[in-house]
Ligand binder design. Structure first.
Ligand code: IPE
Ligand code: IPE
Ligand code: MG
Length: 248
């Protein structure tokens, strides 16, 4: 047995009959993509939004059940105000388009995160998107917006404590399934595969609870350059993994 780990070299051969049920993506690298081209960071975000549109459409085409994307973290407010407002502007544009095409696309849309710091207009758009699409079956896309894994867990803990104080929950008995009901992801199975483009090897506060047994796939490709082929590589790599969940 060699003592070193063989570098994973996934062939992009995907078995479409054995897709992961849920893929989560940290859409990272927009700023560097723009910088490489001498463009402002906001141009990178616009390109990243296009990539999101095409990857989400493709995921629906291949029959993926759940796609969760990290669009804006609880930490991203630290960025310059102009960048934050450009991202929010792109989000508004995306939601307006999505609402216009909902009858055709029939993708169920959810939002993970505390939407209260968003503008009333954006909040209303998120609410409308959620409302219109809530009965669609098939692909569900979850957009993580002002989302942080720690924030989600703390909110869950506070809501649970409140239920205990009001006699609606038993403080001496809590299962993982019950606690999962207090999270933004309630009702959604855990991600099987978490993809992070852009070369960073960290979670950046993404789905801390839910990714306990996820398979991870990292690539140097920057999000705006992420393509169907890159997705195939990630899924093919996933399909070569052996998931044991602590067993043998
Ligand atoms: C991801 O791209 C988009 C958001 C975090 C909103 P970045 O803007 O983080 O791009 P890099 O990491 O600076 O290249
Ligand atoms: C994670 O990317 C958040 C999103 C992609 C929305 P960041 O670019 O914010 O993460 P760090 O700062 O490199 O950890
Ligand atoms: Mg980044």
């Amino acid at each position: 047995m060699p003592l070193f780990r063989r570098k994973e070299q996934p062939s992009a051969e995907v078995d479409f009959t054995k897709l992961p049920r849920h893929i989560a993506i940290i859409m990272d690298g927009n700023g560097r993509w723009a910088k490489k081209r001498g463009l402002p960071r906001t141009a990178g975000h616009a390109a990243g939004a296009e990539t999101f549109r095409s990857i989400a459409t493709y995921c629906k085409e291949i029959g993926l059940d759940y796609l969760t994307v990290y669009a804006f973290s609880t930490e991203n407010w630290k960025r310059p105000a102009e960048e934050v407002s450009a991202i929010m502007g792109l989000l508004k544009k995306y939601l307006l388009e999505a609402i216009g095409q909902m009858e055709r696309d029939k993708v169920k849309m959810e939002f993970f995160g505390d939407l209260s710091p968003l503008t009333p207009e954006l909040r209303e758009l998120c609410q409308r998107t959620r409302e219109i699409s809530k009965h669609y079956e098939g692909c569900q896309v979850n957009i993580c917006l002002n989302y942080g894994g720690r924030d989600e867990l703390m909110r869950g803990a506070m809501a649970y404590a409140k239920d205990c104080a009001e006699g609606k929950a038993d403080p001496n008995h809590l299962t993982q399934e019950q606690f999962g009901q207090y999270l933004f992801s309630k009702g959604v199975p855990d991600p099987d595969l978490v993809i992070r483009p852009s070369g960073e090897l960290r979670l950046s506060n993404f789905l801390l609870w839910q990714s306990a047994y996820a398979e991870f796939y990292f690539t140097d490709v920057l999000w705006p350059d992420f393509s169907k082929e890159e997705l195939h590589k990630a899924i093919a790599a996933y399909q070569h993994r052996s998931r044991r969940f602590g067993g043998v």
